[in-house]
Design a protein around this ligand. Structure first.
Ligand code: ADP
Ligand code: MG
Length: 619
C-alpha cells in the first residue's frame, strides 16, 4: 500500500516515489537523471537551465553550506573554506594523497597513518564521505522538487578503476544523503548503456570509452557480451582535463599581451577573472572560429587555430594513454567496434577529430557528453527496477556482510546487492604487541555499529606468533556461494596459521525484516556516521598517543627540555580529549600534536641515520 503524507507548510502532497534515480557524482560536475516515459532525462535546476551541479561545497561563517555553482565564486576568495575535487579523496588514506597536498586550496589532514583523510575547515573536521553526501543531498532535493515526491533509491557511477574502498565510500555517502544505493556502476558502462550498447543480450561488442572531464582523463576498454560489461583495461591521467585547456590559454594571453605575472599572483580576483574568460573562450571556440572579449581595459582575443596549437600536445598525451590501454587489453585497433565520447571537454572539435583519427572510425558523440553517464545510470536504474522485461536480473545478496573491527564498528566486506556467487577479502592487523589471538565476528546488515546488525557467527584465529602490534598481516576472505552459504576464512600471512567457518547468510530472516533493517539504516545514517567518525578518531588518537609516548621515551637525549615537555603536554591534551565525545576536539588535538612533533621526528630520524653511518665508518 502506498503511503501519502501531506506537507502542511508547503501544502503539497508528499509521497514516496518508486523511481530509482541515476547519479553521476563527478570530480568537477555532478547530475541526476531518471527514466521518464521510456527515455532517460537529466534534471535541471529550478530555473530550468543547467543540468550540471558544480561539485563544490562552500562553508560560510556560521557553518551554512552552499553546494554547486553558487559555491564556485568562493574558490578564489576563500579557498580554505571551499571544497572542490572531493572525489579525488574518496576512500583514500593520507599516504595515498600526500604528494597531492599542494593541489588542494583547503586543508587535507591525517596523522601520517593508514587511516582515511579528513578535511579541516576552521575547527571542524569532515570526511570525504560526508562532503560527497552534501553534493548527493543537493541532487536528491533537485529531483524531489521535480517529481514532487521523496526519492529513496539510486544508482551511482564511479570510474572503472575505483577500488573497493572507494566504491564503499561512495555507497556510504549515498546512505548518508538518505539514499539506498542499489548499485555502483562503472562510468564507461553507464555511457555505453546510454548509447544503447549492451541492452540486447545478443549484443557482443568491444567498446572504447574516452572520457575527458574537467581535471581527469580516463580511457576504458570494455568487452560486452550477454549483458555483461567486462573492463579489459583502463588508463588515463588523473591530472589532465579541461582545466589544463584553460590554463594554456591564460599562459598564452599573459605572454601575448605582456601581462604582469607577479601582479596576477597577488591579485587573485583578477587572475580568477582571466581564468574564467579563458574557459569562456574555450567553450566559444567549440562552435565558433574566433573569441573576443573585454576585461576592464584589456581586450582579449583567441582564434580557434591558435587554441588548437596550444592544446594539441595535451590531446596527444591522451592518445598515448589510449594506446597503452589498447596494448593492455590485447586488442588490435580493428577489433574496437565503437568509440564513445564522454565529458565536457570532448566538445572541443579538435579532440573529436584526433580521437576519431586515432581509432580510425567516427566517434559516438550524439548525446550530450556531460550528461551521458547520468543518462546511462538512469537506464541501469530502470533495469534494476525490473521495468525492462527483456533483461534477466541476476541474483544478488540482500544485505551487506562484514566483520566487527575496533570500537564495535562494522567493516563491510561484501556490500549489499553484490552479485552471487561472490568473493572478497581484506587485510587486517593486531592492535596490541604480542597479540596471539584474533576474534573474527561476522555480521549482516547496513548499520555502522555491529550491535545494530545481525550476528551470523564468530571464531578465533589462534596461534599468531608474537609480533609487534601492526606487524601481522591477517587476511579475511568472504566466499558467498549461489545458495547464500557464506564461508569466512582468516589467515595470518607471515606464519600461515588459518581458521575458517561456514554459515547460512539468509537463515532465519524474512524479507520483511530485511526491509526493516534497510529502512532503519537510512533513518539512522546520520547518527551512525557520527558514532563511526568518533570511534575512528578515538582509535587513531590511541595509536598516536602510544607512538608519541614511545617517541619521548626513546629519544630523551635528542630532544631539548622544552621540546620534551611540550610534546608531553600536547600528548596529554590528546589523551584527555580522547576520553570525551567531541570528535573535532580530538582531531584538533591530533593535528596540533602532529604539527609540533613532525619536525622533531625528522630531526631525530636524521640524527639516528648519522649515528648509524658513523658506526659503519668505525668498523
Ligand atoms: P567531470 O567528469 O570531471 O566532473 P565534466 O565532464 O563535467 O567533468 O567536464 C567539465 C569540463 O568540460 C570543464 O573543464 C569545462 O570547461 C569543459 N566544457 C564544458 N563545456 C565545454 C564546451 N562547450 N567546450 C569545451 N569544453 C567544455
Ligand atoms: Mg565525468
Amino acid at each position: 500500500m502506498a503511503k501519502i503524507a501531506i506537507n502542511l507548510s508547503k501544502g503539497t502532497i508528499e509521497k514516496d516515489s518508486n523511481i530509482i534515480v541515476g547519479i553521476d557524482l563527478g570530480t568537477t560536475n555532478s547530475l541526476v537523471a531518471y527514466m521518464k516515459d521510456g527515455t532517460p532525462h537529466a534534471v535541471k535546476d529550478e530555473n530550468g537551465k543547467n543540468t550540471l551541479v558544480a561539485s563544490i561545497i562552500h562553508f560560510g561563517q556560521k557553518e551554512e553550506v552552499v553546494v554547486g555553482n553558487e559555491a564556485k565564486q568562493f574558490l578564489v576568495q576563500q579557498p580554505e573554506n571551499t571544497i572542490y575535487s572531493i572525489k579525488r579523496l574518496m576512500g583514500k588514506s593520507f599516504k595515498d594523497v600526500a604528494d597531492l597536498e599542494q593541489y588542494f586550496g583547503y586543508k587535507v589532514i591525517d596523522e601520517d597513518t593508514d587511516s582515511l583523510v579528513k578535511i579541516r575547515v576552521d575547527d571542524k573536521f569532515y570526511t570525504p564521505i560526508e562532503l560527497s553526501a552534501k553534493i548527493l543531498s543537493q541532487l536528491k532535493s533537485r529531483i524531489e522538487a521535480e517529481l514532487g515526491a521523496t526519492v529513496r533509491k539510486a544508482v551511482i557511477t564511479v570510474p572503472a578503476y575505483f577500488n573497493d574502498a572507494q566504491r564503499q565510500a561512495t555507497r556510504d555517502a549515498g546512505k548518508l544523503a538518505g539514499l539506498d544505493v542499489l548499485r555502483i556502476v562503472n562510468e564507461p558502462t553507464a555511457a555505453s548503456l546510454a548509447y544503447g550498447i549492451g541492452i540486447d543480450p545478443e549484443d557482443t561488442q568491444i567498446v572504447a570509452v574516452y572520457d575527458l572531464g574537467g581535471g581527469t582523463f580516463d580511457i576504458s576498454i570494455l568487452q560486452i557480451q550477454q549483458g555483461i560489461f567486462e573492463v579489459l583495461a583502463t588508463n588515463g591521467d588523473t591530472f589532465l582535463g579541461g582545466d589544463d585547456f584553460d590554463r594554456v590559454i591564460v599562459d598564452y594571453w599573459i605572454d601575448h599581451y605582456g601581462l604582469d605575472k607577479s601582479l596576477l599572483k597577488t591579485d587573485k580576483s583578477r587572475s580568477q577573472a582571466i581564468r574564467l574568460e579563458a574557459e569562456q573562450a574555450k567553450k566559444t571556440l567549440s562552435t565558433k572560429d574566433k573569441f573576443q572579449s573585454k576585461l576592464g581595459d584589456l581586450s582579449l582575443e583567441l582564434t580557434r587555430e591558435t587554441f588548437e596549437q596550444l592544446i594539441r600536445p595535451l590531446i596527444d598525451k591522451t592518445l598515448k594513454a589510449c594506446k597503452n590501454a589498447r596494448t593492455d587489453a590485447k586488442i588490435e585497433p580493428a577489433q574496437i567496434d565503437q568509440v564513445i565520447m564522454v565529458g565536457g571537454s570532448t566538445r572541443v572539435p579538435l579532440v573529436q577529430q584526433m580521437v576519431s583519427d586515432f581509432f580510425g572510425k567516427s566517434v559516438n558523440n550524439s548525446l550530450n557528453p556531460d550528461e551521458v553517464v547520468a543518462l546511462g545510470a538512469a537506464i541501469q536504474a530502470d533495469i534494476l527496477a525490473g521495468n525492462n522485461k527483456d533483461i534477466l536480473l541476476i541474483d544478488i545478496t540482500p544485505l551487506s556482510l562484514g566483520i566487527e573491527t575496533m570500537g564495535g564498528l562494522m567493516d563491510v566486506i561484501i556490500p549489499r546487492n553484490s552479485k552471487v556467487p561472490s568473493k572478497a577479502g581484506r587485510q587486517y592487523t593486531t592492535s596490541v604487541d604480542g597479540q596471539k589471538n584474533l576474534k573474527v565476528a561476522v555480521f549482516q546488515g547496513e548499520r555502522d555499529l555491529v550491535k545494530d546488525n545481525r550476528k551470523l557467527g564468530e571464531f578465533i584465529l589462534a596461534g599468531i606468533p608474537p609480533m609487534a602490534a601492526g606487524m601481522p598481516k591477517i587476511e579475511i576472505q568472504f566466499i558467498l556461494d549461489a545458495d547464500g552459504i557464506l564461508k569466512v576464512k582468516a589467515k595470518e600471512l607471515r606464519s600461515g596459521v588459518e581458521q575458517s567457518i561456514q554459515m547460512r547468510s539468509t537463515y532465519g530472516i524474512s524479507e520483511e525484516e530485511m526491509g526493516k533493517m534497510l529502512l532503519e539504516s537510512i533513518q539512522h545514517a546520520e547518527e551512525d556516521m557520527a558514532v563511526r567518525v568518533l570511534m575512528e578518531a578515538k582509535n587513531e588518537a590511541n595509536n598516536i598517543i602510544l607512538s608519541s609516548d614511545k617517541f619521548v621515551e626513546q629519544n630523551k637525549a635528542l630532544l631539548s627540555e622544552e621540546e620534551r615537555t611540550t610534546t608531553i603536554e600536547l600528548t596529554n591534551a590528546l589523551r584527555e580529549s580522547a576520553k570525551g565525545t567531541d570528535k573535532d576536539l580530538i582531531n584538533k588535538a591530533m593535528d596540533e600534536l602532529n604539527t609540533y612533533t613532525h619536525p622533531l621526528a625528522h630531526r631525530v630520524m636524521d640524527a639516528n641515520i648519522q649515528t648509524a653511518l658513523q658506526g659503519k665508518k668505525i668498523d
